[in-house]
Write a protein that binds this ligand. Structure first.
Ligand SMILES: Nc1ncnc2c1ncn2[C@@H]1O[C@H](COP(=O)(O)OP(=O)(O)OP(=O)(O)O)[C@@H](O)[C@H]1O
Ligand SMILES: [Mg+2]
Length: 217
């Protein structure tokens, strides 16, 4: 079953920068797809289109067999698809780390005890337990990425879309993230400039170039 499908997408930024012309892409349930591509090839733009943060000039965005056009459609999609922004400053919003990671699971109706367990477990796994009480905006770049990732994983979405999850992440935590992503049965769509990382976790790797997905690296 195709979880997400993009059909004949054209997209330009308002300034007139053409990014996609007749782009087609799909990912099936349980697939783990890695996307590489030069700076500016459109990886982040592709993710913004899927999440409904940008609108295509033409073409269809289909998720779970339903075409998504209006904001309500994308709201439903965002409950099922966790998206790690390339820049964590676009993601983090709560004053403290603990509050930031707790927000999603609270919103999903979990109780205090359940939320605490989820937060503690993720902080342990991502090696950020000592950051729980810290102010999010004062963290280092890499620490912010880990907190943002924890915030997404806390919601246990069916699909994870991760825009360069290992950028600025140290070796030890990169290995923890790799083993999590290898073990999970969540559908994964991940971009990275780190070929070794993508090879470790993906069942397929594509190069995005001129609106085409070319298999292999
Ligand atoms: N907000 C914006 N307004 C105008 N042009 C943009 C905007 N964001 C990106 N672009 C342009 O769109 C194209 C695709 O950018 P995008 O960020 O999607 O690339 P990317 O593949 O994610 O690159 P990177 O590997 O550097 O993250 C580039 O030419 C970029 O300059
Ligand atoms: Mg990008």
């Amino acid at each position: 079953m195709k979880v997400i499908k993009l059909e004949n997408i054209d997209f330009s930024y308002p300034e007139g920068i053409d990014v996609f012309k007749d782009l087609n892409f799909s990912i099936s349930k349980g697939e783990k797809i890695g996307i590489m591509g030069a700076n500016g090839s459109g990886k982040t733009t592709l993710f913004y289109l899927i999440m409904g943060l940008l609108k295509p000039n033409q073409g269809k965005i289909i998720a779970w067999d339903e075409e998504r056009t209006r904001e309500e459609h994308f709201k439903e999609l965002r409950r099922r698809v966790g998206f790690l922004f390339q820049d964590s400053d676009d993601q983090l919003f709560a004053p403290t780390v603990e509050e930031d990671i707790s927000f999603g699971p609270f919103n999903l109706g979990k109780n205090l005890k359940e939320v605490r367990n989820i937060v503690d477990d993720l902080c342990e796994r991502l090696n950020i337990a000592d950051l729980k009480k810290r102010i999010t905006f004062k963290l280092s770049w890499g620490q912010k990425r880990l907190v943002a990732l924890a915030g997404i994983l806390a919601m246990e979405p069916e699909v994870l879309i991760l825009d360069e999850p290992t950028a600025s992440i140290d070796q030890e935590v990169r290995e923890r993230i790799t083993s999590y992503l290898k073990a999970t049965d969540q559908t994964l769509l991940i971009t990275s400039h780190d070929e070794g990382f993508l090879k470790d976790i993906s069942s397929k790797i594509y190069q995005l170039k001129d609106s085409k997905f070319i298999p292999g690296v």
